[in-house]
Design a protein around this ligand. Structure first.
Ligand code: AMP
Length: 183
C-alpha cells in the first residue's frame, strides 16, 4: 500500500465514523464505530491499514479489550498470523486470571486475562476501538505486563486527542491510532 493509498483510506474511514451527540448521557459526543464494519469496503480498508501498520513487527498475539476490541482484534490476528486473546470484565473468564483494577467515572472497574494466555516470548498488539482518557488501556497494559511478555504495542481505531489519554503511556510503548478527532 502506498502512502497516498493509505491516506485516502484513512480519510474515507474518518468520514464513515458516526458522531452521536449526548449518548449515553448528555454532554458526551459518542463516536459510533459500527458504520466502519458495515460495508465490505470499509471493513476491508480498516483491516488493510491495521495490517499494514503491524505486519513487520513480529506480533504473536493480538489482545482485544471487551467488547469493541473483539471486532477487529481477531480479524487482524488472522491476517498477521497471530493468536487472539480476550481481556474481559470481572467474572467472565472461567480459568485462572490476572486482574487489574482501574478508576472509572463512577467507581472502580476490574478487567481480567487468563493466566495461561501469554508467555515471555510473546510480542503483543493490544487493541481497542477508542482512546478517551486512557484509563482502560493503561489497565490493560498493566495486566499484560503481569503475564510477562517480550514487547507491547498499543493500537486504537480512534483517538480523542483533546483528552490527552496518550500521556499515560510510558515512552517505550508505541501508541498508534488511525483516526484522530478533537473530542
Ligand atoms: P477511556 O478509558 O476513558 O480511554 O475509555 C475508553 C473506552 O470507553 C473505550 O473502550 C471506548 O469504547 C469507550 N468510550 C469512551 N469515550 C467514548 C466516546 N466519546 N465515544 C465512543 N466510545 C467511548
Amino acid at each position: 500500500m502506498t502512502e497516498k493509498e493509505k491516506k485516502q483510506k484513512l480519510k474515507a474511514l474518518k468520514d464513515t465514523v458516526r458522531n452521536i451527540p449526548d449518548f449515553p448521557i448528555p454532554g458526551i459526543q459518542f463516536k459510533d464505530v459500527t458504520p466502519l464494519f458495515k460495508t465490505k469496503e470499509s471493513l476491508r480498508d480498516l483491516s488493510d491499514v491495521l495490517v499494514e501498520e503491524y505486519k513487520n513487527k513480529g506480533i504473536t498475539k493480538v489482545v482485544g479489550i471487551e467488547s469493541r476490541g473483539f471486532i477487529m482484534g481477531p480479524i487482524v490476528a488472522l491476517e498477521l498470523n497471530a493468536g487472539f486473546i480476550p481481556i474481559r470484565k470481572e467474572g467472565k473468564l472461567p480459568a485462572d486470571v490476572f486482574e487489574e483494577a482501574y478508576e472509572k467515572e463512577y467507581g472502580i472497574d476490574k478487567i481480567q486475562i487468563h493466566k495461561d494466555s501469554l508467555s515471555e516470548n510473546d510480542v503483543v498488539l493490544l487493541h481497542d476501538d477508542l482512546l478517551a482518557t486512557g484509563g482502560t488501556m493503561l489497565a490493560a497494559v498493566n495486566l499484560v505486563r503481569k503475564a510477562g511478555v517480550k514487547k507491547i504495542y498499543v493500537n486504537f481505531i480512534i483517538e480523542l486527542e483533546d483528552l490527552k489519554g496518550r500521556v499515560l503511556f510510558p515512552e517505550e510503548i508505541e501508541v498508534v491510532s488511525l483516526i484522530k478527532f478533537g473530542i
